[in-house]
Design a protein around this ligand. Structure first.
Ligand code: HEM
Ligand code: SF4
Ligand code: SF4
Length: 512
């Protein structure tokens, strides 16, 4: 389902602005819109039992051009935050991005949802209309089921005599305090990622804000009839994003609703540890080949590599150290390491940093073995990321899979072409902004463009390298793309070294 939706959205928005690739960032954006609009609403909100409802009515109608719009923005951004957070959860699940080192973001995401819902509920309560009354009564019944209150809340607080201005101040405090805790946890949630993308691209952010404004003008958020605790609430319009559990508390029993909520929360929270388990061992550093350059440290998307003082007496100042529990086994560090060059004549090719499940030596062997079977004109080696659908092989096409396309050290492209193992190389990875391991294709693009070490040598003819970034393409789309590439290669004829290109930084990438 995600594959179909994302392909459709790719066509409408393009890869860079596809909202599905920025769901976590859109939750952040929603939060900032909620916070900014909420601040304004709070200035005019009266925290008293008699003043709450009229002050919001005044904002909505008397000040419709600003207060009214901001109230609606507050409401729509709150809805959007739930939608984007839940879609984000489902998508991370669909990508299996919860096991191993990913457990941390997954596990901290679960209380985020609770805090988000609690923030929304406390907000609905403040309006003190019929919906607020329904929320107040059902929340009290629900909380009363827990053996934490000596006196039932529903009897002591939720009746006309007991709901006081002080109680309203407490609610206002909760409606500020819980979102602040939410914000704190949002930052905890992204702690283990380097350069976490918590801001959507500018175009997407502006488009989202504009669509909220349009919605606010077309369908302004309104209060329902004022609350009256002397009468039971007949019927209310629910906000299903925040209050979906409330009808269950009402219809079933508070105990059953707690059981459901706690059961779902527990299952979701422990998913990272349910089978199937994590795959393969973490990246390992081979000190005899590590010169302490720090490229693996710079490129690791999960802060799993640190640079520490040298321990083996070598003349380099630092060495790379991998934290097993943070390592996602993506291999991007291998692609970054200058010693991972297939041209090296060492009997056993060992890079400074390796993924034991697929060493650089094995990768060279695999590529050499596979390309031996290539035949005819326009021969292509596809190096694809394991997350994508398998590429169909044929007489002219062979494919090698890596955990992430960013694992391929650029000298391998040079090696394949200059040794004429194939006429062209296709790198097939996830869509822009959607790398399974966050930065695999970004770093590869930068390495090919010569903007990031290790840069692809200038002598490599770029027209023989096709970068195909699409996370979940249809088989036919990949076949068509390959066909076009092969036709282009045939018209180029046999491989010639790009003599015109002046060597730049490639000299440092391991000489031929
Ligand atoms: C308030 C709601 C949430 C916000 C604002 C949020 C935000 C984010 C952001 C900004 C990222 C980083 C994206 C990147 O740079 O690649 C992220 C990643 C992630 N989030 Fe959330 N998130 C929220 C809720 C959740 C929930 C409910 C879950 C699941 C239970 C979850 C699971 C994850 C996972 C697994 C990752 C990816 C970590 C990785 O690549 O290893 N998030 N989130
Ligand atoms: S494989 Fe390398 S780049 Fe990937 S998380 Fe582990 S240490 Fe970082
Ligand atoms: S990139 Fe390679 S050589 Fe550089 S610090 Fe990391 S392991 Fe060592």
């Amino acid at each position: 389902m995600f594959a179909v939706a994302e392909r459709g959205l790719d066509r409408v928005f393009g890869q860079r602005l596809n909202p599905f690739y920025h769901l976590g960032a859109l939750s952040f954006l929603s939060f900032w819109i909620i916070a900014a609009s909420g601040l304004y609403l709070y200035i005019f909100f009266e925290t008293s039992i008699s003043g709450a409802y009229p002050s919001i009515e005044e904002l909505t109608h008397g000040q419709w051009y600003l207060g009214g719009i901001l109230r609606s923005l507050h409401r729509y951004a709150s809805g959007a935050m739930v939608i984007t957070a839940v879609l984000h959860l489902l998508r991370e699940f669909s990508l299996d991005r919860l096991r191993g080192s990913h457990w941390y973001s997954w596990f901290t995401g679960v209380p985020l949802l609770w805090l988000l819902v609690a923030s929304g509920i406390s907000g609905y309560w403040l309006v003190w209309d019929q919906l607020a009354q329904f929320v107040a009564v059902i929340s009290a019944e629900w909380l009363d089921w827990l053996p934490i209150f000596t006196d039932p809340m529903s009897r002591n607080f939720i009746n006309a005599a007991a709901v006081s201005d002080r109680f309203f101040s407490l609610l206002a405090f909760l409606h500020i305090g819980i979102p602040l805790a939410l914000l704190l946890l949002m930052f905890v949630h992204i702690q283990r990622m380097t350069e976490a993308r918590s801001n959507p691209p500018r175009g997407l952010a502006l488009g989202t804000l504009a669509s909220f404004i349009v919605l606010s003008l077309a369908w302004p958020a309104l209060s329902q009839a004022p609350a009256d605790l002397d009468f039971a609430v007949g019927s209310v319009d629910l906000d299903w994003f925040y209050l979906a559990i409330y009808p269950l508390v009402d219809r079933w029993s508070p105990g059953a609703a707690w059981l459901l909520a706690a059961g779902v929360t527990t299952v979701v929270a422990i998913l990272p540890w349910l089978p199937p388990g994590r795959r393969g061992p973490a990246a390992v550093v081979n000190l005899e080949n590590c010169n302490g350059c720090g490229r693996c440290f710079a490129d690791c998307p999960y802060d799993a590599v640190t640079m520490q003082p040298r321990t083996d007496g070598a003349s380099f100042a630092e060495e790379a150290v991998v934290a097993d529990d943070l390592c996602a086994r993506c291999g991007i560090c291998v692609g970054a390491c200058p010693t991972a060059t297939p041209f090296r004549r060492a009997s056993e090719l060992v890079a400074g940093i390796e993924l034991p499940a697929l060493t650089v030596h094995d990768l060279r062997e695999r590529i050499q073995g596979k390309t031996e079977g290539l035949d005819g004109e326009g021969r292509v080696l596809v190096v694809s990321c394991r997350e994508r659908p398998r590429v169909a092989e044929s007489a002219g096409v062979v494919a090698v899979e890596l955990p992430c396309v960013g694992m391929l050290p650029p000298p391998f492209v040079d090696f394949v072409l200059s040794r004429r193992l194939a006429d062209g190389v296709m790198l097939a990875g996830c869509s822009d902004c959607d790398c399974r391991y966050r930065f695999g294709n970004d770093w590869m693009d930068a390495r090919v463009a010569g903007e990031r070490d290790p840069a692809l040598r200038a002598r490599v003819p770029r027209e023989r390298l096709d970068r195909y970034w699409e996370s979940r393409p249809a088989r036919s789309a990949t076949a068509a793309r390959l066909e076009r590439f092969r036709e282009a290669l045939k018209s180029l004829g046999p491989y010639q070294r790009n003599a015109a290109a002046t060597p730049t930084r490639e000299v440092r990438d391991g000489a031929d």
